[in-house]
Design a protein around this ligand. Structure first.
Ligand code: IPE
Ligand code: IPE
Ligand code: MG
Length: 245
């Protein structure tokens, strides 16, 4: 797909976009389909969004695929989501690699089977030098769990209280090699954080759309980028100290 000729990009494109891919279940229900059909449609959409993200010049894309709380869903849905993760690695890894996508994982792998853990590790190693797009996959990820994990590792490493700075904490998070997200998108209209990037998102811009994830296509992503470009990121300061004096 090349859309470049039709696409009008804003002057400033965020380097790091993070997405809470929500609404798969409701998308399926609307069509009288099982929830897993919604998750599969969500993966189809992810393919489109990945392609569009690279084309729009986004450098880092973080996707929330499975939260630490999602284990509380019915066992069949959890199993289905694990199967989808495995299928995506089996079927898409080669293409992702060829397209220069570098895969990283945010979260804990422990609760996945050893074979699947190996597949994830292999995917990360294989794509380690790719630079076209860094794709962080948040799977069995929770922001609170991430902070607990970081504190545990800092204690293990024998850090002294004065060594614990904001920069140091950031280095111990799963996103250590990644800038904070500039823009966080949530589909399906929910206006909550749901334990996503609670440290890194301290000053991210938010974009919430009622569209369900399987229908959130490249055009809507572009709309979000244009809206982001209109925002004024003040970080607690005021916009123009001279004018407002
Ligand atoms: C998001 O869609 C995908 C995951 C959380 C795995 P949902 O499954 O939460 O869809 P809704 O919110 O029930 O519509
Ligand atoms: C957040 O969606 C997690 C993912 C998209 C993976 P949820 O659907 O699980 O969030 P809540 O439960 O509505 O807050
Ligand atoms: Mg949901």
């Amino acid at each position: 797909m090349t859309r470049s000729s039709e696409v009008k990009l804003p002057e400033e494109v965020p380097a790091h976009v993070a997405i809470i891919m929500d609404g798969n279940g409701r998308w399926a229900r609307k069509r009288g389909l099982p929830r897993l059909a919604g998750h599969r449609a969500g993966v189809e959409n992810l393919r489109r969004i990945l392609e569009a993200s690279a084309e729009f010049g986004i450098k880092y894309l973080t996707i929330y695929a499975f939260s630490t709380e999602n284990w509380e869903r019915p066992a069949a849905e959890v199993r289905g989501l694990i199967n989808i993760l495995e299928d995506v690695i089996d079927q898409e890894l080669e293409t992702l690699h060829q397209n220069g996508v570098q895969l990283r994982h945010l979260g804990r792998l422990e609760r996945l089977g050893t074979e699947l853990q190996e597949k994830v590790r292999h995917a990360i190693e294989l794509t380690n030098n790719n630079q076209q797009l860094i794709l962080n996959v948040a799977w069995n990820y929770g922001g609170r769990d991430e902070i607990v994990h970081a504190i545990q590792r800092m204690i293990e490493d024998g850090l002294k209280p004065e060594d614990v700075t904001e920069e140091r904490v950031s280095e111990y998070l799963y996103t250590s090699k990644c800038p904070d997200p500039d823009l966080i998108i949530r589909t399906s209209g929910e206006m909550r954080v749901s334990n996503f990037l609670i440290w890194q998102g301290a000053y991210s811009e938010w974009y919430v759309t009622p569209t369900y994830w399987p229908e959130f296509g490249p055009d809507e992503l572009l709309k979000a980028l244009h809206e982001y470009a209109q925002r004024e990121r003040r970080y607690g300061r005021i916009s123009d100290p001279i004018k407002t004096n």
